[in-house]
Ligand binder design. Structure first.
Ligand code: ADP
Ligand code: MG
Length: 139
């Protein structure tokens, strides 16, 4: 199986709650390699653009406000089956429904403030990585 990439963000709730280091260790222990890593803060316009696919959803305004409310840690991760394996590692969108031991079960506050983002396809992983990182920054 060829290695491929996914994109993640540690969201403002987990950053504010002091979970950044534990989440990074959890990701590394699961066999992902960090190809790029950046702490930054999204403006409202940047959060709107990143989540444009959800613009019609009722929670879009709340999501944009939350994602621009504080720093995030953005990363490109490499592993065999990166997208699927990372979705398994983070668990369901709603932490109440996430499997035991998943990052969202352990660290998320709620369905909206759910600790981490994970790409849902190889195509979106590439788009999302390029939103945050240049090719040169993905070692
Ligand atoms: P996932 O992050 O698991 O791929 P989605 O792509 O469906 O989930 O939604 C994107 C993000 O929007 C979620 O991670 C969460 O932060 C937020 N969100 C999703 N559903 C809801 C909801 N019902 N109420 C509030 N926020 C939500
Ligand atoms: Mg999604």
């Amino acid at each position: 199986m060829t290695s491929n990439n996914t994109f993640t963000m540690i969201k403002p709730d987990a950053m504010a709650d002091g979970h950044m280091g534990k989440i990074l260790a959890h990701i590394q222990a699961a066999g992902f390699r960090f190809k790029a890593l950046k702490m930054t803060r999204l403006s409202q316009a940047q959060a709107e653009a990143f989540y444009a696919v959800h613009a019609a959803r009722p929670f879009y305004g709340e999501l944009v406000a939350f994602m621009s409310s504080g720093p995030v840690l953005a990363a490109v991760l490499e592993k065999d089956q990166a997208v699927a394996d990372f979705r398994t590692l983070i668990g369901a969108t709603n932490p109440e429904q996430a499997a035991e031991g998943t990052i969202r079960k352990l660290y998320a506050r709620s369905i909206g403030e759910n600790a981490v983002h994970g790409s849902d396809s190889d195509e979106n992983a590439a788009i999302e990585a390029a939103f945050f990182f240049s090719g040169l920054e993905q070692a």
